[in-house]
Unconditional design. Structure first.
Length: 163
């Protein structure tokens, strides 16, 4: 029934409901795509964060959450850091100066080489699909993202957080 007490036809209700479901589904699709991109590039995002400053695992988790609004827990980040260390992309050292010992990860030269290679690869892909690059100064100050990662990470940052 409408506000005035009139009966609303079932077909109209279905149409309105269908339109609402479609809009809601489109919102879910964008979130789904964002999470898939994050999962697929998580190792590179972690390496990018470590290129600016050494961090311990919890700092990586919180930086990802604050930057992208996506939560990847310890069961994802710590095995990833361990795998990156095994491959030689990061190096860890124990920091005993705090009240609690923390394993701090630093980017190695091999890790920096991987970021550089990724930059070239992503730029190549962008050129092939006809997407222009973003100038280095297009992002706010303080970010030290690789140029090829800038468009992707900027899009993810501009979208609404998933949490």
């Amino acid at each position: 029934m409408s506000e005035k007490g009139r009966i609303v036809s079932l077909s109209n209700r279905k149409t309105v409901g269908h339109k609402y479901r479609r809009e809601n589904k489109m919102g879910n699709n964008s979130k789904e795509v964002q999470v898939k991109l994050m999962k697929g590039l998580l190792d590179l995002i972690v390496l990018q964060f470590l290129s600016s400053t050494p961090m311990h695992g919890y700092q990586v988790i919180t930086k990802i959450r604050k930057t992208f609004g996506v939560y990847f827990g310890p069961s994802t980040i710590y095995p990833l850091l361990n795998a990156l260390e095994t491959k030689g992309y990061v190096k860890s050292e124990w920091n005993m100066s705090n009240e609690r010992p923390r394993k701090v990860y630093k980017l190695t030269t091999e890790g920096q080489s991987l970021l550089n290679f990724t930059e070239d690869s992503l730029n190549f892909i962008c050129r092939k699909i006809g997407t222009p690059g973003v100038p280095k100064d297009a992002l706010t100050e303080g970010h030290t993202l690789q140029p090829a990662l800038r468009p992707l990470l900027k899009k993810i940052q501009e979208s609404k957080p998933l949490i």
